[in-house]
Design a protein around this ligand. Structure first.
Ligand code: NAD
Ligand code: ZN
Length: 248
């Protein structure tokens, strides 16, 4: 393990264009549950069903009650952890340019990363389903569910639900950046949700090193990644940054 931390620090020191792809795992230590987590909401409901656009269109009040309300309470009070802060530190050190994230929680921006591609949109804003007017999520009054726009339309997160298209500019730019980088850090993603999981493949095929940080193996491990550093994002990022500071 120590060898892999050293290896990652050396690879970062040698790389000239580093990007990161992150998933729900990096936010777990900030108290935001991931879909495959044990306990609570995700075991009681199938996220593929409740977070599907068809469910939202069919019964917005139900999806607000089961999913969005709880998500708002969690995200409104969540703070970046050392995993997010480590990536912000890499940017501050002039090492990391862009974070491509599947997360909708805004924690990379809160940690200080300035170029964040939100592959699945954002939960920081709600959008009117009728007139597209946007409202900052933390200011939305949820005393009545579902909350409504001043035009009477129902509000929904400005995020991508299952069954919806990825924002085309996010997809296009992510592909560009993945094919342009020489090192991709893949942090806290199970790498099963497409097309995000394709980005490490694009990076690898363009000659980049791919380094995974995850407590578990993923479909990328041994196939696409050069190596997996097994562990939680906070601990591993702290150790990589400390090692990088020693050698640079
Ligand atoms: P996922 O739920 O499929 O996988 C999470 C991964 O994180 C797993 O591989 C797990 O082993 C790993 N993990 C667990 N603890 C970790 C830790 N401490 N540090 C690092 N990794 C850890 O997540 P996904 O791949 O992002 O795909 C799920 C989809 O759900 C995404 O599309 C995402 O948009 C959405 N989602 C987002 C949030 C959020 O915004 N925070 C939360 C839940 C789901
Ligand atoms: Zn409206």
């Amino acid at each position: 393990m120590d060898d892999l931390i050293k290896q990652a620090a050396e690879d970062l020191a040698a790389a000239s264009k580093v990007t990161a792809l992150t998933g729900a795992g990096i936010s777990i230590e900030s108290g935001i549950p991931h879909f495959r987590g044990k306990g609570g909401l995700w075991e009681r409901f199938d996220p593929m069903e409740i977070a599907h656009i068809d469910a939202l269109m069919r019964d917005p009040a139900r999806v607000w009650t089961i999913l969005i309300k709880e998500m708002k309470e969690i995200v409104d009070s969540a703070n970046p952890n050392d995993g997010h802060k480590g990536l912000a530190k890499l940017e501050e050190m002039g090492k990391l340019e862009t974070v491509i994230t599947q997360n909708i929680d805004g924690l990379h921006q809160a940690a200080g990363n300035t170029d964040v591609i939100e592959f699945h949109g954002t939960f920081a804003w709600q959008r009117c389903m009728d007139c597209s007017q946007k409202y900052e999520t933390r200011n939305v009054d949820i005393s009545e569910i579902p909350p409504r726009c001043s035009c009477g339309g129902i509000l929904r997160p400005d995020a991508v639900f299952f069954g919806e298209m990825i924002p085309q500019d996010a997809l296009w730019r992510s592909r560009q950046i993945a094919s342009d980088c020489d090192l991709m850090l893949v942090v806290g993603t199970s790498a099963v949700v497409q097309p995000a999981a394709l980005m490490p493949v694009v990076a690898k095929e363009s000659g980049a090193k791919v380094v995974e940080i995850n407590p578990e193996r993923t479909p990328l491990t041994d196939e696409i990644s050069d190596y997996l550093i097994m562990g939680g994002a906070s601990d591993i990022m702290n150790r990589i940054v400390a090692e990088l500071e020693k050698i640079s």
